[in-house]
Design a protein around this ligand. Structure first.
Ligand code: TA6
Length: 299
């Protein structure tokens, strides 16, 4: 059964291999992918590819610590005037989406669409008309997520200004993983002690970016394709319309202060987060913007 709907989640199973093969689980809360299991091209054993903290809330009481949280319409603390009432990382990850439809179900894979529109909670924080669709597609060695943002305002409505990001917690040994190619890119280091330093761009000189120390780097105008590599594995991230990418791992320095982070959880993942987070997408009324990522297991 390629698509199984539960009360709080949707389970995707690859049609070719059923429950013995690739799978994904998407909570309706936040449309958060909380599991992606896939074999490598050279094995048949599906392996969990995402990290979810053992202390993560999965009951909708707070955003999930792990998986793939959907960040929209603001990244980090809100800075745009229309986002002033929003929580960190916006409202997409802390509201319940609805299961919309099965988009694809064939030998190649299975794809489902979840949707979110203004509800009373959101309308208290954000008053621009919008409609979101989130499409998750599972293939044998791939998982893709597409965020479709529609400005449903009347033609007289001003453009909708937003940011969007997929906050991927990729399961990997944090002290042995590297991300490339980021060499030569301008980035902002959010671990700096002062606001002035955090607002000062740096140039990335490393061939492979590691997270062996507390890392919170926002790369702008990035290439849109990334290799996340460690001694026993590799995942490629390919994107469309996501011009920036964030690399984050709190290590113990910051991780031990995160209430829903399991002890030592920071050793088990790297966040490689494609997004449009430097500046804002400006979406005229009636138009739709799509941001996409494709995660592929290479090893
Ligand atoms: O994407 C990196 C980041 O913005 C970090 O600064 C850190 O705050 C992380 O997101 C997690 O944010 P959260 O609100 O989920 O605790």
């Amino acid at each position: 059964m390629p698509v199984v709907q539960k009360v709080d989640r949707v389970i995707l199973q690859h049609p070719k291999t059923g429950n013995q093969g690739s799978s994904a689980e998407i909570l309706l809360y936040g449309a958060t992918v909380v599991s992606w299991k896939a074999p490598s091209p050279t094995s048949n054993e599906p392996v969990e590819r995402l990290f979810v903290s053992g202390k993560a809330a999965l009951d909708g009481s707070k955003p999930v610590r792990g998986g793939i949280p959907v960040v929209f319409p603001c990244f980090g603390a809100p800075t745009h005037p229309t986002h002033a009432k929003l929580p960190q990382h916006g409202f997409a990850r802390n509201n319940v989406w609805t299961f919309n439809s099965i988009v694809m179900d064939n030998e190649a894979g299975v794809s489902v669409k979840l949707s979110l529109g203004p509800n009373p909670t959101i309308q208290q924080q954000y008053d621009h008309p919008f409609h979101l669709d989130f499409v998750v597609t599972l293939a044998e060695h791939q998982l893709s997520t597409d965020l479709h943002v529609k400005n449903t305002g009347l033609s007289t409505t001003p453009p909708m200004e937003f940011q969007a990001l997929f906050h991927n917690y990729i399961r990997a040994p944090a002290n042995d993983v590297r991300v490339s190619p980021l060499t030569g890119l301008s980035f902002y280091d959010k671990t700096e002690a002062t606001e002035e330093a955090r607002a000062t761009s740096k140039m990335e000189t490393r061939e492979g970016v590691d997270v062996t120390k507390f890392t919170d780097s926002v790369y702008e105008n990035a290439p849109g394709r990334y290799d996340v590599v460690w001694p026993s594995g590799a995942i490629e991230v390919r994107t469309i319309n996501m011009k920036d990418v964030v690399v984050w791992n709190p290590q113990e320095e910051a991780g031990a202060k995160i209430g829903d982070m399991e002890t030592g959880g920071w050793e088990k993942y790297i966040c490689v987060e494609p997004g449009y987070v430097r500046g804002y997408v400006k979406l005229p009324a009636g138009e739709t913007w799509v941001g996409q990522q494709v995660l592929t297991v290479k090893v």
